[in-house]
Design a protein around this ligand. Structure first.
Ligand code: GAP
Length: 449
């Protein structure tokens, strides 16, 4: 089995239009990436799968899309102004910058640069929030932050949602959106970036039931990745030790994925207690208590169980997880390899590609007609250029799970060849049954490798 490296993933991502460097013509912008035609489709589908899981499958979860710009007091209340910092050291000689917790402890203790051996500065705290100004004056009164997490937009709206949607505890609010962090180290492609997207769900529960719900949400999030067809031996749990816990958390577990550079955090499940709502009560002066009308109007500040996944980090995980290089045995040629992205069909940017065997003799027209018929229900592609084998390989590399080939027999008996990406098997299917067959295949999909 061929080794999966970040170089291979990055190169395929660029070659096939998944991810481009931001502002590439100016030399690129550190910490920012652009999602190309395939990338935006994949990102939308990952977001769609998560949204469906959270809102459609859970009657007790509703959605929200809060603004990125929030009142600056939000971030004082949340503790981010005070606590959302990374420890930073610089090398006085080579000017390299490091997170103090990511260099060998002996280097830190000896103040010795791990790259050039030069002298390191003292460790200082660096706040990760991006600051800007709102309005024409650039003074302290006009400071505003780009949100470093989407969660706070949910907390400040939780009472609005209870009132407008008659939600009763326990219930959740889900949100997908951009977040920004002035990360010191942004390597490994789109793994850690300054601009990224999160998929967060905050579940409001009665104090005392929080540990039970925490475990429940850990189980649900694990099962979610299993249903997506992710390699489960590439996932593991990591519980935060006391020195890793965020300032708001009582308990936290990360789901880690085995990326090409090693095990790294994919998603966090956090017991945030009533910390955030207590602080917003304190800072806004508004009563954030829940009134339990079914229980003698009992009042309390709910505890919050948070599931927080990076959307863009999920995209990287899905790319790595799907990537495969396979020797194509059927050809009997030892040098014949194909690169294939084994996306779950519900996530693949293109679900079905329609390929006429020849451009001539009316095959292209028939293929276009078939594509038109499939467009209503599926993301389609059409390719009439080059040898059919090469066209299959192009679709394999883009992760297209199904190819439909239109040949001379199609004109005679209204059937086409349906080719499966993973097994490369081909079956003959009547054109009239194609859409139903594809729907059935998507529903029954099981990853074979
Ligand atoms: N609201 C809680 C929170 O934001 P976090 O562990 O800091 O918790 C949650 O972030 C998730 O967001 C991470 O598991 C990761 O998937 C994603 N994430 C965080 N920082 C990121 C960054 N700089 N670039 C890409 N994704 C990031």
């Amino acid at each position: 089995m061929a080794e999966i490296t970040m170089e291979k993933i990055t190169s395929l991502a660029k070659r096939r239009g998944f991810v481009f460097q931001s502002s590439e013509i100016y030399g690129g912008q550190n910490g920012a990436w652009d999602y190309g035609p395939m990338g935006v489709e994949l990102k939308n589908r990952i977001a769609g799968a998560w949204w469906k899981e959270m809102t459609q499958f859970h009657d007790d979860i509703v959605g929200l899309d809060a603004a990125i710009l929030m009142h600056p007091r939000t971030w004082e209340a949340s503790g981010h102004v005070e606590n959302f910092t990374d420890p930073l050291v610089d090398c006085k000689k080579c000017k390299a910058r490091f997170r103090a917790d990511q260099i060998p402890p002996e280097n830190l203790a000896a103040k010795k640069c791990p790259e050039c051996g030069g002298e390191l500065t003292d460790t200082r705290k660096f706040n990760l929030m991006f600051k800007t100004h709102i309005g024409p004056a650039e003074d302290t009164a006009s400071i505003i932050y780009l949100r470093p997490e989407t969660a706070q937009g949910i907390y400040v709206n939780y009472k609005n949602i209870i009132q407008s949607n008659r939600m009763k505890i326990p219930f959740g609010i889900a949100q997908i959106g951009k977040a920004f962090r002035n990360e010191i180290v942004t390597k490994n492609f789109i793994f850690r970036t300054c601009e990224f997207e999160q998929m967060e769900m905050q579940f409001f529960v009665k104090p005392g039931t929080d540990e039970e719900w925490f475990n429940e949400w850990r189980n649900r999030r694990w099962a979610y990745y299993e249903r997506l067809g992710v390699k489960m031996d590439h996932l593991r749990w990591h519980q935060h030790g006391p020195d890793e816990l965020a300032h708001y958390a009582k308990d936290a577990y990360d789901i880690e994925y085995l990326f090409p550079m090693g095990w790294r955090e994919l998603e966090g499940v956090h017991n945030r207690t009533n910390y955030d709502l207590n602080r917003h009560t304190q800072f806004s002066g508004k009563d954030m208590q829940y009134i339990d009308q079914d229980n003698n109007n009992e009042r309390y500040i709910p505890f919050i169980i948070e599931t927080s996944a990076g959307l863009t980090r999920n995209l990287l995980m899905i790319l790595c997880d799907a990537y495969d290089e396979e020797q194509v045995a059927e050809k009997g040629n030892d040098d014949d390899w194909r690169t294939v992205l084994r996306f779950h069909p519900s996530l693949a940017p293109v679900t079905v590609a329609v390929l006429p065997l020849m451009k001539k003799d009316g095959l292209a027209e028939l293929a276009q007609d078939i594509r038109k018929g499939l467009k209503e229900d599926f993301a389609t592609d059409y390719d009439q250029g080059g040898a059919i084998g090469r066209r299959y390989r192009r679709q394999d590399e883009a992760g297209t799970p199904f190819c439909v080939t239109v040949d001379y027999q199609s004109k005679e008996d209204n059937t086409v060849t349906l080719r499966f990406r993973d097994s490369m098997e081909q079956v003959r299917v009547p054109i009239a049954e194609l859409a139903a067959r594809l729907r059935q295949e998507i529903k029954a999909y099981k990853r074979i490798k």
